[in-house]
Design a protein. Structure first.
Length: 427
C-alpha cells in the first residue's frame, strides 16, 4: 500500500484554500444572488434527470435521461459506456459500512480505504462523463437516528482529500431518508460536502420542507426514489409486506419526480430513479424497473413522461387488478383456487401471461444488501386460460406469493403478486 498523505483516523486535514473551482470542461456548482443553486455543464444549466443502475444505457438516453448513478465504481468502464451514449455519471465511491464489520477505529483499514478512494479519483477525475462524485451510500448507518459520528468525521475528511485531488467536480454524499437528526448531523459534521444526496421512497415528498426546517443552505439531489418502500407498506398478519401494484408504482415515480422539481426549485438539482435494472429485494419485482426477463415495466414509461413530457409511443400493458380468494389469507395445503388478471378495456389481445407460486423470501436484509431469491414451487399452476389461472396451494406450510408476469412481445411488461399463507395461522 502507498504511504498515505494524511494522518490518524479522525484527524481533520488542513482546510482547502479558495472556493469550488470551475473550468469550461468541467461541471460548476453555482449559487445566484437570490440563493438558487444550479449545476452547470459546459457553461449551460441543467437538471439531473437520472437513474441508478447499469446496462441498457442507449435506451436510457433515448428516454430523455441525462445522468447515470453508480454505487461501486472500480474503473472507467461505467463512465466509458455512459459517455458512448451521451450520459453524465455520478460516480459512486464506496465507503465501508460499520454494519458490515468495518471498524473506523482501525487505523490501517481507514488509511487503506482513503488510498483506494483517492486512487480512483486520480484515475477518473479527467473522464469526460464524470459529473460529480457520489461519496458513500447510506454509510452513516441505521443504528442511530443521527448516524455514526465516526462515519460523519470520515466523510468530511474524505471530501477534503478528494477536493485536493480534484477541485473541478462536486462531491455528494448520500444518506438514508430526511430524518431531522440525520440532517442536522450531516450539516454539522460535513461542511465541505457540496451536495447532499438523499435516498427516499414513500418519504420523498417530505424532503423539501425537511431541508428548510434543518436550515441546510446547500443544494441536494434525490439520489434514489421509486415505489413505496417495503418497510413503509402495509403487511399481512404474518408480516409479508404487500407490494404496490405496478400501475401505482408508476404513478409514484412520476408524482415524486414532479413534486421534487416543483417544490425544490433552486435547491433540488434533480433525481435518480431506482432501479434501472432488476434485483431481489423482498420480491423479484418490488424495485426493479425491468422484469427479471428484461422487459420494461410501467415505471420506465412513467419516467419517460417525467423526462420528456411525452408518454411512450407504445406503453407497457396495464394490470388493473389481480383477483383471487387467495389474497392475504391463511389457507389449507392442497386446496384449489381461481385467480384472474384484469387488464382493463384496452387490454392487448396478444399478451403472454406467466403464473407462478414462489416462497416468501426468508433472506431479508437491510439497506439494499444482496438477498437470495426464494424458490418457485412447482406443480401449483394447474391450468391457465384467458387471463385466468387455477392454483393449487403448496403442500408445505409457510408463506408464499402468487405472481403474474405479463409481456406484450414488444419489450413491455408488467407484474403483480398476492401473498398467502399455507397452514395454521402464524402466532
Amino acid at each position: 500500500m502507498k504511504s498515505s498523505p494524511i494522518g490518524e483516523p479522525g484527524a481533520a486535514p488542513p482546510s482547502l484554500a479558495g472556493p469550488f473551482v470551475a473550468s469550461p470542461q468541467c461541471p460548476a456548482l453555482v449559487q445566484s444572488a437570490e440563493g438558487a443553486w444550479r449545476l452547470l455543464r459546459g457553461g449551460e444549466p441543467g437538471l439531473v434527470h437520472g437513474a441508478g443502475g447499469a446496462g441498457r444505457l442507449g435506451f436510457l438516453a433515448s428516454l430523455g435521461a441525462t445522468t447515470l448513478r453508480t454505487w461501486h465504481t472500480t474503473d472507467a468502464s461505467d463512465l466509458d459506456q455512459a459517455h458512448a451514449h451521451g450520459l453524465d455519471v455520478m460516480a459512486g465511491l464506496t465507503v465501508a459500512h460499520e454494519r458490515h464489520g468495518f471498524n473506523y477505529a482501525d487505523r490501517a483499514a481507514v488509511l487503506a480505504q482513503r488510498e483506494r478512494i483517492l486512487d480512483l479519483v486520480r484515475q477518473l477525475k479527467n473522464h469526460p462523463a464524470l459529473l460529480l462524485w457520489g461519496l458513500g451510500n447510506e454509510a452513516e448507518g441505521f443504528e442511530r437516528p443521527d448516524g455514526s459520528p465516526a462515519v460523519w468525521r470520515e466523510l468530511e475528511i474524505l471530501t477534503r482529500l478528494i477536493k485536493e485531488e480534484d477541485p473541478f467536480h462536486p462531491v455528494c454524499t448520500v444518506i438514508a431518508g430526511p430524518g431531522e437528526e440525520k440532517l442536522a448531523a450531516f450539516d454539522r459534521h460535513c461542511p465541505s460536502v457540496d451536495i447532499l444526496g438523499i435516498n427516499a421512497y414513500g418519504g420523498a415528498p417530505l424532503i423539501p420542507d425537511a431541508i428548510v426546517r434543518a436550515g441546510i443552505s446547500r443544494p441536494y439531489l434525490l439520489t434514489e426514489f421509486g415505489p413505496t418502500g417495503h418497510w413503509e407498506s402495509p403487511a399481512t398478519p404474518w408480516g409479508a409486506p404487500i407490494e404496490p401494484p405496478a400501475r401505482e408504482k408508476a404513478r409514484t415515480y412520476l408524482v415524486t419526480h414532479r413534486e421534487m422539481m416543483a417544490r425544490g426549485q433552486g435547491r433540488c438539482l434533480g433525481t435518480f430513479a431506482f432501479l434501472w435494472g432488476q434485483k431481489q429485494e423482498v420480491t423479484a419485482t418490488w424495485y426493479g424497473m425491468f422484469l427479471p426477463t428484461g422487459e420494461r415495466t410501467p415505471a420506465v414509461d412513467a419516467m419517460t413522461l417525467a423526462w420528456t413530457g411525452r408518454p411512450p409511443a407504445r406503453p407497457c400493458p396495464q394490470l388493473h387488478a389481480l383477483h383471487s380468494h387467495l389474497d392475504g389469507v391463511v389457507v389449507a395445503p392442497g386446496r384449489t383456487f381461481e385467480a384472474e388478471a384484469d387488464f382493463g378495456p384496452a387490454a392487448p389481445s396478444d399478451l403472454s401471461l406467466d403464473w407462478l407460486v414462489v416462497a416468501e423470501s426468508s433472506d431479508r436484509r437491510i439497506g439494499g444488501d444482496p438477498e437470495a431469491a426464494p424458490p418457485e414451487i412447482p406443480g401449483c399452476i394447474l391450468a391457465t386460460h384467458n387471463g385466468r389461472a387455477t392454483v393449487r396451494t403448496p403442500d408445505t406450510p409457510g408463506p408464499y406469493r402468487l405472481f403474474l408476469y405479463a409481456r406484450d412481445g414488444h419489450g413491455g411488461g408488467t407484474t403483480g403478486n398476492l401473498p398467502f399463507h399455507v397452514g395454521p395461522r402464524p402466532g
